[in-house]
Design a protein around this ligand. Structure first.
Ligand SMILES: *Cc1c(COP(=O)(O)O)cnc(C)c1O
Length: 478
C-alpha cells in the first residue's frame, strides 16, 4: 500500500508498531538506568543542529526510523537535569514511574479542560491531597497549570477579584479608583513582578521588601511599607511570601507575614514553587509553619517532587472567588443535566486555559507509587546533601559559602581576590566538561556559583566528586 492511500493515522501493521513501541520504551528505560555513565550535558554539534533545518516533510517515514533519529539527534543533547550532578537553576529530575504515566496519559489523550470524565476526578483528588498536606480546607479549589509562573499569576488575579469584585473583569482597571499595591521580598522570583505586569497593575506597584541576614522577608519592613503606602493613598491588596527563594532557598517567615497581612485584611499568597511540596516531609514541614493560613499557594510538582515537566499547581482557599475570577458563560461550554456535559465546575472555569492535558495523572501516579513519606524523605535528604556540600566547600580552604543554607541551595565561590571573574568561568568550564552542572547567580550584585540539590539521585558522595571536579577546573595560580 502506498502511504498516501491510508487516510487514518493508525499503524498499518499493529504488530510492527508494538515492536517499535517496546523498543522505544526499552531504550528509555536503559537511558534512565545508565544516567551516571554519560556526561551531565553535551553541546549539540553543528551537524546535529543542521538536521533541524530540514524543510517540512511531505512524505511519511517509518516510525522506527523517526525514533532512531530521536536516539541519535535528540536524546544525547537535552538539558541533563535527570543526572545526579545537574544542580543548575531548580530542575526536577523526573522518575521512571512518571515517564510511564506520561506515556499512558498520551495514549488516553484526555482533554482535562472539562466535561464529565474521570480525569477531572483525579485532578480533584490531587487538590484534596495538596490541601491536606498544606493544612488548607478540603473545600479549597485547585488547578494544574504549566508552572508556578502561571500559578502565581492566577492567584494574583483571584486576589484582585477579592478586592475589586468580579465586575473588574468587564470594566477593567480603568474603571477603578483604587491604585493597587502588592508586596514580596527582594528575593522573590521575577514572575511575581511579571504577574503584576500581566494583570495590568504594573511591576512598579510591587514593593520589594528588605530581607534579613538569612535573605528572608522582614515582617517589620513589610508592615512599615504597607502603612507608608496606605498613608500615601495606595490600596495594598496582596502579600506574597516565598517558601524557598530561587536564589538561595530562603524561607520567608510565613506565620509572621500572615499576621501582618491579616492586620490589614490583605490576601496572603505563598509562592511555594520550590518549597511547598516539602510539606510532605515530616522533617521539613515545620519550616513552612503558617502556610496553612495562606489564601492561595503556588507550587511545582515538576521541581522537588519530580513529576515530569510540566506540572505546576495553584490552590485557592476560597473556591467561589477562584471560580468568579475565571468562569464564563460561553454557549459552546454550556452544561447539561446528564451526560458528558453534566453540570459541574470544570478546570476551564478556574484559569485561562481551555484545552489542557492530563497533568493530574502523572502527579497522582507519583504520589501513589512513592507515597508522601518517601517523597518527603528524598527532599530532606537533598537538604542534608546541600549541608554536606557547604561543609566540604568550607573545609577545602579554596571555596567559601556566600549565603546560609536553609533548604537545598548552596551559593558559593572561590576564595580569591579575582572571584568575580573566576566564578563564572568555573561554571562554564564545568558545563563544557559535562562533569557537573551548577549555575551562576548574583548575590548583592556579585557572581556566585549556585548548586541546587533537587535531584532524588544526588548523594553526599556526588558532592565529594563535585568538589573534586571544581578543584580540577580551578585556574592555575602562579
Ligand atoms: C521556579 C520558580 C518559579 C517559576 O515556576 P515555573 O514552574 O518555572 O513557572 C516561581 N517562583 C519560584 C520561587 C521558583 O523557584
Amino acid at each position: 500500500m502506498k502511504a498516501t492511500d491510508k487516510l487514518d493515522l493508525d499503524p498499518a501493521d499493529w504488530d510492527a508498531f508494538r515492536a517499535v513501541g517496546h523498543q522505544a520504551l526499552d531504550a528509555m528505560i536503559d537511558h534512565l538506568r545508565s544516567l551516571r555513565e554519560r556526561p551531565v550535558w553535551r553541546e549539540a554539534p553543528d551537524e546535529v543542529r543542521a538536521a533541524f533545518r530540514a524543510p517540512l516533510p511531505d512524505a511519511p517515514r517509518e516510525l522506527g526510523d523517526v525514533v532512531a533519529d530521536i536516539d541519535r539527534l535528540i536524546r544525547p543533547y537535552v538539558t541533563g537535569n535527570p543526572h545526579p550532578l545537574f544542580m543548575g537553576w531548580v530542575h526536577g529530575a523526573g522518575t521512571p514511574a512518571g515517564m510511564i504515566a506520561e506515556m499512558i496519559a498520551a495514549g488516553l489523550n484526555a482533554n482535562c479542560g472539562g466535561r464529565n470524565h474521570i480525569g477531572l476526578e483525579v485532578e480533584r483528588q490531587v487538590t484534596r491531597w495538596v490541601a491536606q498536606s498544606l493544612g488548607l480546607p478540603a473545600s479549597s479549589s485547585g488547578l494544574f497549570v504549566t508552572g508556578s509562573s502561571m500559578a502565581n499569576f492566577i492567584a494574583l488575579l483571584v486576589a484582585r477579584t477579592r478586592l475589586l469584585g468580579p465586575s473588574v473583569r468587564q470594566s477593567g482597571l480603568q474603571a477603578v479608583p483604587q491604585r493597587l499595591t502588592a508586596y514580596a521580598s527582594a528575593e522573590a522570583h521575577q514572575c511575581i513582578g511579571q504577574a503584576m505586569e500581566l494583570a495590568g497593575l504594573g511591576s512598579d506597584q510591587l514593593r520589594l521588601i528588605a530581607t534579613d541576614d538569612r535573605r528572608a522577608m522582614r515582617p517589620d519592613a513589610l508592615a512599615q511599607a504597607i502603612e507608608t503606602d496606605i498613608a500615601a493613598g495606595w490600596t495594598p491588596f496582596l502579600v506574597v511570601a516565598t517558601a524557598g527563594t530561587v536564589n538561595t532557598g530562603a524561607l520567608d517567615p510565613i506565620a509572621a507575614i500572615a499576621d501582618v497581612a491579616a492586620a490589614r485584611a490583605l490576601w496572603l499568597h505563598v509562592d511555594g514553587a520550590i518549597g511547598a511540596v516539602a510539606s510532605l516531609s515530616t522533617e521539613l514541614r515545620p519550616l513552612l509553619g503558617g502556610i496553612e493560613r495562606a489564601d492561595s499557594v503556588a507550587l511545582d510538582f515538576h521541581k522537588w517532587m519530580h513529576v515530569p515537566y510540566d506540572a505546576g499547581f495553584v490552590i485557592v482557599r476560597d473556591a467561589k472567588l477562584h471560580l468568579q475570577t475565571f468562569s464564563s458563560e460561553a454557549v459552546y461550554l454550556s452544561r447539561a443535566d446528564a451526560g458528558l456535559a453534566r453540570r459541574d465546575v470544570w478546570p476551564c472555569d478556574l484559569g485561562p486555559d481551555l484545552s489542557r492535558g492530563f497533568r493530574a495523572l502523572k502527579t497522582w501516579v507519583t504520589l501513589q507509587t512513592f507515597g508522601a513519606e518517601r517523597l518527603g524523605a528524598c527532599m530532606a535528604r537533598c537538604c542534608d546533601v546541600a549541608r554536606h556540600l557547604a561543609e566540604r566547600l568550607e573545609a577545602s580552604g579554596l571555596f567559601t559559602v556566600h549565603a546560609p543554607v536553609t533548604l537545598n541551595i548552596v551559593c558559593f565561590g572561590v576564595r580569591a581576590a579575582d572571584a568575580d571573574t573566576v566564578n563564572p568561568r568555573l561554571v562554564e568550564a564545568l558545563h563544557v566538561s559535562g562533569e557537573a552542572a551548577p549555575s551562576l547567580t548574583y548575590l548583592d550584585g556579585r557572581p556566585v556559583i549556585r548548586a541546587a540539590i533537587v535531584n532524588h539521585r544526588t548523594t553526599r558522595a556526588d558532592m565529594d566528586d563535585f568538589v573534586a571536579a571544581l578543584r580540577r577546573h580551578l585556574p592555575h595560580r602562579g
